[in-house]
Design a binder for this molecule. Structure first.
Ligand SMILES: NC(=O)c1ccc[n+]([C@@H]2O[C@H](COP(=O)([O-])OP(=O)(O)OC[C@H]3O[C@@H](n4cnc5c(N)ncnc54)[C@H](O)[C@@H]3O)[C@@H](O)[C@H]2O)c1
Length: 408
C-alpha cells in the first residue's frame, strides 16, 4: 500500500493558540517527529485511514490567535507539573515551540470576556473595533501566515475557551441578515468572527469547542457559497464519548432508563471558565442532548454537573449513575467513573480533524463534514449520536475514498 506521504506544507491555525490542547499538540507533534512518541489516540494513523494519503504530519506548520499574554513555555510548564508532558518532550519540542510562538497573533474576544486577568492589550483593542474591522484583521493574519510560511493551504481550528451562552438571534438565520448586522456594526460573539474570517479566507474550519463558531445558518450558508468544508461542534473526548457508547445498549435490550446523572470535576483553565454559569450553559446543552436522542425520551431525567476543582489540574473525573428498569419492574443501576487528561485526549483528535478537513478540501467537499460526527458532542449536520454508528460512517467514508482512489 502507498504510504501516507505528502510533501505539501499545510498550515494549522489554532484559535486558543496558548491553551492546553494547543500546547499538547505542539509538543506532541515534535515528539512524533523525533520518534519519541507512538501515535496513540490518532485514529488517522491506523488502517484504513493510512491508505487515504492524508497530509503527512511532517508537513504541518503551526500558528494561531490567542488573547492572553502567557507564553507557550508557561503553558508547557503547567502541563509538565500536571504530569502530562515529559521533560524529554519539552527539550525535543523547543525548536518547534519557538517557531510556533513567533506565528501567534493577538486575536479578538467577546465583550463578556474582556475582563479576564492575563489579557493581551492588543486583543482588547481589536475587540473594541467594529466587527468588520475585526474580521479584516483576522483574515489578514491568515493571509500573512500563508504567505510567510509558503503554505499550500491552511486549516483553522477553534480550541479557544468556551464562550458565554447566547440565545438565538434573527440575524444569524441567513447570510443576508448576518452581513447586514456586520455592516451595521452590531457586535457578535468572537467565535462567529473567527469562523467568518476562516471561511472568507477559503480555509476549512473545525470547531472543537461548544461555542457557536460556523454552526449558525448564516455561516453554514457562507461555507456553501465559498465552497469550504467545516465541522464541529465540541470535541467528544471523555464522559460524553462513554455515554454515547453505553446509551444504545439500553435501547438494544429494551431496558428503560429512568434517570442518568453525570458529574464532572476538572481543575484546568477550561474548568475555571466553565465555573461561570453563562459559559457552563453552553457546555451542558451539548452534553444533555445526546442522551435524550439516543434513549428516545424527551422527558428523561438527566443532570450534568460540572465543578471546578483546582487541585485536579488537567485530570478530569466523571462519575455517571444510570438508574434503569427491567422486566417485572426490577430497578437496577450502572455506574462508571472516567478519569482522563483532557488535553491529551483532545490533541490527537485535533490532528485527525486537521487531516480530514484538509482532505475534504482537496476532494472539493463543501459544507458540513457528516463523516466526522464521531469526533463531536454536537455534530453540526445532526444525525445519530451513537458512537458506534458514527464510527462506522467514518470507516465507510475512508473505504469509499480509498476505492475511488484505486479506481482512478
Ligand atoms: N478534552 C478536552 O480538553 C475538550 C473537549 C471538548 C472541548 N474542549 C474545548 O476546547 C477548548 C480549549 O480547551 P483547553 O483545555 O485547551 O482550554 P485552555 O483554557 O487551556 O485554552 C484556551 C485558550 O484560549 C484562549 N482564548 C480565550 N478566548 C479566546 C479568544 N476569544 N480568542 C483566542 N483565544 C482565546 C485562552 O487565552 C487560552 O489560551 C475549550 O473551549 C474546551 O471546552 C476541550
Amino acid at each position: 500500500m502507498a504510504p501516507p506521504h505528502n510533501p505539501r506544507r499545510l498550515g494549522v491555525w489554532l484559535i486558543g493558540a496558548r491553551g492546553s490542547i494547543s500546547t499538547c499538540l505542539v509538543y506532541g507533534l515534535a515528539g512524533l517527529r523525533e520518534g519519541l512518541l507512538e501515535p496513540t489516540g490518532i485514529i488517522t494513523a491506523k488502517d484504513p485511514f493510512t491508505r487515504m494519503r492524508l497530509v503527512d504530519l511532517d508537513a504541518l506548520v503551526l500558528g494561531g490567535h490567542d488573547v492572553c499574554q502567557r507564553d507557550l513555555s508557561h503553558s508547557a510548564g503547567e502541563l509538565v507539573r500536571h504530569g502530562i508532558l515529559s521533560s524529554d518532550l519539552i527539550v525535543a519540542g523547543s525548536g518547534l515551540a519557538a517557531e510556533y510562538e513567533k506565528a501567534i497573533r493577538p486575536g479578538t474576544l467577546d465583550d463578556s470576556d474582556v475582563g479576564f486577568a492575563d489579557l493581551d492589550s492588543r486583543a482588547a483593542r481589536l475587540s473594541s473595533r467594529p466587527p468588520r474591522d475585526q474580521i479584516a484583521a483576522l483574515t489578514a493574519d491568515l493571509a500573512d501566515f500563508k504567505r510567510d510560511h509558503k503554505l499550500d493551504r491552511v486549516v483553522v481550528v477553534n480550541v479557544a475557551s468556551t464562550e458565554a451562552f447566547r440565545g438565538q438571534r434573527d440575524e444569524w438565520e441567513s447570510l443576508v441578515a448576518f452581513e447586514a448586522a456586520l455592516d451595521a456594526g452590531k457586535s457578535q460573539p468572537a467565535s462567529l468572527l473567527y469562523a467568518y474570517a476562516a471561511i472568507a479566507a477559503g480555509s476549512p474550519y473545525v470547531n472543537f469547542t461548544p461555542s457557536r463558531g460556523a454552526s449558525i445558518p448564516a455561516l453554514r450558508e457562507l461555507a456553501r457559497e465559498r465552497r469550504v468544508p467545516h465541522c464541529g461542534n465540541d470535541g467528544k473526548t471523555g464522559e460524553t464519548l462513554v455515554k454515547t457508547v453505553l446509551a444504545p445498549l439500553f435501547t438494544a435490550r429494551a431496558l428503560k432508563v429512568l434517570s442518568w446523572q453525570g458529574y464532572n470535576m476538572l481543575g484546568n483553565r477550561d474548568g475555571a471558565v466553565l465555573a461561570d454559569s453563562a459559559h457552563k450553559e453552553t457546555k451542558v446543552r451539548n452534553k444533555n442532548e445526546a442522551l435524550r436522542q439516543l434513549l428516545g425520551d424527551e422527558n428523561l431525567h438527566t443532570h450534568v454537573g460540572i465543578d471546578y476543582v483546582p487541585s485536579l489540574q488537567d485530570w478530569k473525573t466523571a462519575w455517571d449513575y444510570i438508574h434503569f428498569e427491567g422486566f417485572l419492574g426490577a430497578k437496577m443501576s450502572l455506574q462508571f467513573t472516567w478519569t482522563g487528561s483532557d488535553s491529551a485526549l483532545a490533541a490527537p483528535l485535533v490532528i485527525d480533524l486537521v487531516r480530514l478537513a484538509d482532505l475534504a478540501q482537496a476532494r472539493g467537499e463543501v459544507g458540513e463534514m457528516p463523516h466526522t460526527a464521531a469526533f463531536f458532542k454536537a455534530p453540526i449536520g445532526g444525525g445519530t449520536h451513537d458512537f458506534h454508528a458514527q464510527f462506522l460512517a467514518l470507516l465507510a467514508y475512508a473505504e469509499r475514498h480509498n476505492s475511488a482512489r484505486h479506481r482512478a
